[in-house]
Design a binder for this molecule. Structure first.
Ligand SMILES: [Zn+2]
Length: 326
């Protein structure tokens, strides 16, 4: 796998907002564990969405972190669903610097009515459509996009289908999201409240080496893969999100018989990256007529979907800009 260095057992692992790459030598598999605490809590609370929408977006954030962490160059990984369900849009992106952000589009009245009725699983909200995963390597490089149909299943199933259908190697992938109630939060003096969102995910793949023509070749036989997959399938949702279960303890618990080793962790944070300049250049791509329609009392106001930041421009700035000859 990557040139990551093996951790010495004495290095403390921070317990949250990280990707922990690992390798199980006996089975010949590599994998990643993702743990999200404050980063996913900030993303989900920032939006004030209903609980069921938060869970679904939290799953998308965990999947994005698992998949995006495979980027080996500067770039951006985007996970986006477009469906006909009550949640018709999920957008999450991951930058190779380790930043995550995301938002959802949904029918607020219909979701509230469904939540009123009782327990709903996040997959119920998706409906039919597709999931697109895009790797953006910068302006001078080709983008890569993989698309998979969403046909009434949940996001874990969609990710499974993606790996089965693409020419990728056999892959196990699972994510979980939960509210975590902190026993001592009431007296902690913070305004975070007595609970916070947590998410986690596990991904395991055949370990590969570079074969002829740059095609990855499996290092191990299928027996090793099957043993690792069966062990991975025993992981409980609770284990993926438990803040008291250290990430390296969890992979040891799952794969110790297969001689598992943990590598250096990479940290994850919530960060939007929007700025007045970026919003301005986005607005400059609209025609003068479109900008006129957006303007109200001589101002153009834009709210960032990812972080709710408000931008307010004088529409005269754009009138001048768009009347300039190119
Ligand atoms: Zn923003």
């Amino acid at each position: 796998m990557e040139s990551a260095q093996t951790r010495s057992p004495s290095d403390p692992i921070p317990a949250d907002d990280l990707v922990l790459p690992f390798q199980a030598d006996r089975a010949g598999v590599s994998g990643r564990l993702v743990r999200l605490g404050p980063a996913v809590d900030e993303i989900l609370r920032g939006h004030n969405y209903p609980e069921s929408v938060c869970k679904l977006l939290g799953e998308a954030v965990a999947l994005t972190a698992l998949l995006g962490a495979s980027l080996k160059f500067d770039g951006k990984f985007t996970f986006q669903t477009k469906t006909d369900g009550l949640v018709n849009l999920l957008v999450v992106d991951y930058r190779s610097s380790g930043t995550l952000r995301g938002y959802a589009g949904f029918d607020a009245e219909a979701v509230a009515a469904l939540e009123e009725k009782g327990d709903i699983s996040p997959g119920d909200l998706l409906g039919q459509g597709h999931l697109a995963m895009t790797i953006d390597r910068g302006p001078d490089m080709d983008n890569y996009q993989g698309v998979v149909a969403l046909e009434g299943g949940n996001l874990n199933e969609a990710a499974d289908t993606y790996f089965r259908q693409s020419e990728q190697l056999p892959t196990f992938i699972r994510v979980a999201v939960a509210r975590h109630y902190s026993a001592n939060a009431a007296g902690s003096g913070t305004d975070r409240g007595p609970w916070s969102w947590r998410a986690g995910g596990l991904m395991v793949q055949h370990l590969t080496r570079e074969g002829g023509h740059g095609v990855p070749e499996k290092v191990s036989d299928d027996d090793g893969w099957n043993r690792a997959r069966i062990l991975a399938e025993t992981v409980q949702d609770q284990e993926l999100v438990d803040p008291l279960l250290a990430p390296d303890r969890l992979i040891y618990r799952l794969f110790h018989e297969e001689h598992v080793r943990a590598f250096e962790t990479r940290s994850l944070t919530f960060q939007c990256g929007c700025s007045p300049d970026r919003v301005k250049s986005m607005l400059n791509s609209f025609s003068a007529g479109e900008l006129e329609e957006m303007a109200e009392d001589g101002r153009i106001r834009v709210t960032c979907e990812f972080c709710n930041a408000q931008y307010d421009f004088d529409s005269a700035d754009f009138a001048r800009a768009s009347s300039k000859p190119n």
